[in-house]
Design a protein around this ligand. Structure first.
Ligand SMILES: Cc1cc2nc3c(=O)[nH]c(=O)nc-3n(C[C@H](O)[C@H](O)[C@H](O)COP(=O)(O)OP(=O)(O)OC[C@H]3O[C@@H](n4cnc5c(N)ncnc54)[C@H](O)[C@@H]3O)c2cc1C
Length: 502
């Protein structure tokens, strides 16, 4: 007999994890499979913003912008450890966009969505020599949006789903699914082994693979086309001291962000280019690197060359095809496609979407599935805290408490823990009272206790899962340090397997 779930979800990106959390919290039995690690594709390759999307106003995407603006305030409360207000400075370039147009845009931005915590926009003047901008920029505009740890937002949603009973399986690919006798039968593969489950409804949140999954794994026809649009970022040493982001206008009418990142770096991106390759292996091209360096060098006093780049990353936006000529203009809004025939199990596919609007997308998905589940509970996620936000007073307060509990722990690790785990840090620390009780130090403040926690509670399997997505320590770790961590993880995995067999 195969396990029967109410809902099976394909994809452990933000949309799959968000739908899983919402559905499980409403009492549905949920299964989610992710072929790689949680957030290992588009959802960890974003600009890491929870934003209304100022530039989408130019494309008249008022519905999306209104929803996204309001979600900033919702997410600031749901995950205050992961989502943080940030001021954005737009240096004025009168030949690219007149001041009246920007003022009008910012006025709409200030008032279109609910704003409680975030400050409104204003005009600013740049005083050389303090300004990081070149001398030709004398004025600009400043407004609010938020930054987020994108990969961790996915992980905490998966945790919330799990805490409401969902089964989350990573490194598990769904090879095919078929409707049989009123349910979906899914054929899965994990560690080379085949397994099967059944579900009353199927959600396809496969991101860049959404259309391919419908065609190849379900042998059906997608309701919409998908446009794959690559976007890349470069990470460089901190370009300027201010804790503010810049939104830079380029001659091609595109904008590029320069965002303070992890205290020591500046994140610069993104690009927009049509992508036809395999989304598994997307990487930044030399042209994209030059493009981002050129935009930065046209604005900032600190010159950048390719040698300054510490890391790069690339992702593929799975956008709903609206037949725009320009990849930058394709809609960023989401579309849900419900495929159902009489007496058959429903299929709901997710096309497009933003990290920012994942929660509203999940609510819309559950609204579409409601008719198939008679007594479905009402929506609940707007005011529900995500894991780590429970009893969270402030960053400083939690940092003080950790410092008090773990004698001798360095300030950098304390801060990193607060921002990554919020109040779940206490599950990580357990009974430890000093640095010596945190176990082996793999370098840069990564101790065995944190690794154990990530394996036990956050589905981490490899050093990449831990360093790249859950802690961001990959920017500091050497190959040898990472190898030591992988050896530890292999031993830990074998130990857990033996324990399970016994
Ligand atoms: C460069 C860039 C910058 C962006 N910046 C922002 C931003 O600042 N703010 C914002 O709000 N949004 C931003 N976005 C958009 C946002 O990142 C995406 O909309 C979002 O991450 C898409 O999530 P997803 O869950 O649909 O896809 P994904 O994160 O790609 O998840 C889909 C998952 O499905 C899995 N999968 C596929 N097929 C199968 C299968 N057969 N079996 C099992 N698993 C499968 C994949 O492995 C993948 O992990 C940006 C996007 C890009 C590319």
């Amino acid at each position: 007999m195969h396990d029967l779930y109410d809902l099976a979800i394909i994809g452990g990106g933000i949309n799959g994890a968000g739908i899983a959390a919402d559905a499980a919290g409403r009492g549905l039995s949920v299964f989610l499979c992710e072929k790689d690690d949680l957030a290992s594709h588009t959802s960890s390759a974003s600009s890491k913003l929870i934003h209304g999307g100022l530039r989408y106003l130019e494309h008249k995407e008022f519905r999306l912008v209104r929803e996204a603006l309001a979600e900033r305030e919702v997410l600031l409360k749901k995950a205050p450890h992961l989502v943080h207000p940030m001021r954005f400075i737009m240096p004025h370039q009168p030949h690219l966009r007149p001041a009246w147009l920007i003022r009008a845009g910012l006025f709409i931005y200030d008032y279109l969505g609910k704003r409680e915590q975030l400050l409104g926009s204003e005009q600013v003047f740049f005083e050389s020599p303090d300004s990081p901008l070149k001398a030709n920029f004398s004025r600009g505009f400043e407004y609010s949006d938020c930054t987020v740890d994108d990969a961790r937002l996915v992980v905490v949603n998966a945790m919330q789903a799990h805490e409401h009973g969902a089964k989350i399986m990573t490194r598990t690919i769904c090879l095919s699914a078929q409707r049989m006798a009123g349910v979906w039968v899914l054929e899965l593969e994990k560690d080379g082994q085949r397994l099967w489950i059944k579900a009353k409804a199927l959600v396809n949140a496969a991101g860049p693979w959404v259309a391919q999954f419908i065609q190849q794994s379900l042998a059906l026809k997608p309701a919409y086309g998908i446009r794959l649009v690559q976007g890349s970022h470069i990470i460089v040493p901190k370009l300027y001291a201010q804790n503010k982001a810049f939104i830079l206008q380029n001659h091609d009418q595109r904008i590029v962000f320069a965002i303070p990142y992890l205290n020591q770096y500046t994140l610069i991106g993104t690009t927009d280019r049509e992508y036809t390759g395999d989304p598994n292996t997307v990487e930044i091209s030399p042209e994209e690197i030059n493009y981002l360096l050129d935009v930065s060098n046209a604005h900032f006093k600190t010159p950048l060359t390719a040698l300054d780049i510490i890391a790069t990353y690339s992702g593929v936006r799975p956008l709903c095809d609206d037949e725009s000529d320009n990849p930058a203009a394709v809609t960023r809004d989401y579309t849900l496609a419900l495929d159902v025939t009489l007496d058959e199990a429903p299929l709901l596919s997710v096309f497009g979407g933003k990290l920012t609007t994942y929660r509203k997308l999940a609510e819309a998905a559950l609204e579409q599935l409601k008719p198939f589940f008679g007594d479905l509970a009402p929506h609940w996620t707007e005011s529900a805290l995500l894991p780590g936000a429970e009893q969270f007073s402030s960053i400083d307060q939690l940092a003080t408490e950790i410092g008090y509990k773990i004698k001798g722990l360095d300030e950098y690790t304390i801060q990193r823990w607060v921002y990554a785990y919020g109040t779940r840090v206490w599950s990580l620390i357990k009974q430890a009272g000093s640095v010596h009780e945190l176990g082996l130090n793999f370098g840069h403040g990564l101790y065995a206790l944190e690794v154990d926690y990530l394996v036990e509670h956050e589905w981490a399997v490899s050093s990449e899962d831990i360093l790249k997505r859950r802690t961001k320590l990959y920017l500091q770790f050497s190959v040898d340090d990472a190898q030591q961590l992988d050896d530890y993880l292999t031993a830990l995995h074998e130990h857990r397997m033996k324990k399970n067999v016994a």
